[in-house]
Design a protein around this ligand. Sequence first.
Ligand SMILES: [Ca+2]
Length: 496
Amino acid sequence: MFFFLLACSGEPPPVDTTGEDTDTTGEDTGSAIDPQYADGITLLSLDTETHADFGYQIATYGVTKDYAVSITTPQQDGTPRFHILSPAASTEARPVLVIMHGGAMDVDTKIPIGEKGRCTSAHGASFGEDYAANHQTGQLAARLGWVVIIPENSFCDAWVGMGGEDPYDTRHGGFALTTAAINYLRDGQDAVSSGDDLVLMGHSAGGRGATFFTVRSPAVSALIFDSGTSDVVRYYYEDGYTRNELRYLQDCLDHNLGGPPYDDKSTQAPSEFWPGYLDLGLVQALEGERLSVPVFHLHNSQDGTSPPIQHEDVPELLAAREAADGTPWFTFDANHSIPGHPQLPKSWSAGYSALQFAQGAQVAILEAESGKGDVGELVVENVMLNNAGVSASEAGTLVSIDLPAEATGSVSVVPVLFTDEAASGTLATVTLTDGISTTSVLLSAEVMPQAGDTIAVIARYIEDARLTLKSTGALTVTVELTGAGTVAADAFLIDW
Ligand SMILES: [Ca+2]
């Protein structure tokens, strides 16, 4: 049995998230239940309707203080909860995606300087319920057969809280709750078997939380970091925020991690609280060689909380790590674009690429507007580059674009195309060729996503639009329109 390897002050609880004892064959899954699990986790509700069309259910659990990972005090006005999206029962070893939501940071010891009451049980429940029903990447993962865990953080602890063992505030339990949820699944309590893939994904404050969890858990196989502050020390000290904002976020981090990162900023003398910062910041974790898993790094250069200065060191650190030990990485400026940001409606391209990456594929996102074709007009809905595409409604070549040279071998391409609501019939032919071999697919209006379409349409679109070609040569993807309706091309998702 593995335990967390910890170098921080205070002694968080030994927690096994390796799943080593999990029976991935699905046989006899109920035989090794620790009695305290049964006492500590309660099924609060079971929703079999929301995701019935693909055979999934949403189980919502409440965690009590008696659970193996102690959470001394329930969150502000309720029982800590988590959701599991899964089939009712399955013996198949499924990859697991854990999604940590944003906003899980506040000062709960005094009246916040910032948005008062932002981090509450209602806040956490709202995130959790919305993610379970609607989160784009979460649903996409479920449709692809993953089990999805969504913990609700209203501990205001930036996901670092160790519950009853927390050295600074035992009301904080974000880390402990996430651990409890993963252990619960991996111990076979949910009647679904989990495989070796355990992927942590977090948005904003959840991005930092997912980094912190990944550093401290040997069971995590990949990290999807979305729109968090990559450099938490710079975040603590950097200009770019108002005086009140800076005081607010410093108060939050002081409260979450016990104090500031440095005793003396001018000499960068680490404080006793430094180990927390070392693991919470993506930059700090990489600099400290504390992060060993593949990282899918999404950032948004339009984001005021997480401006470009936050992320400028990340590619170099990830590239250096790859040069040293071959660990894969991917970075992408999603720019809060649609598609691009995996939390927003219709924003499934980055999420889909992230899931492929997390399962070992090399990936690329190729913007359609960079290979503008003969017929299409460049469409820019706003100044964000990645929200641009090419659009046309007459027959001809919409876009023809060469794939990156490194995409060789068995290469798959999913074109990200959209159509207008009035379109009907066959709209486009998408072709992937190396000049010798060619593969094509016809796409129709009933398959191609439109504004307001559900994830069901998107998932079907991915299945129907995916092209795969074995090739060692230079590949080109082409979209030919039939003229039956308006088609917009945003990007091509490539994995190999
Ligand atoms: Ca684009």
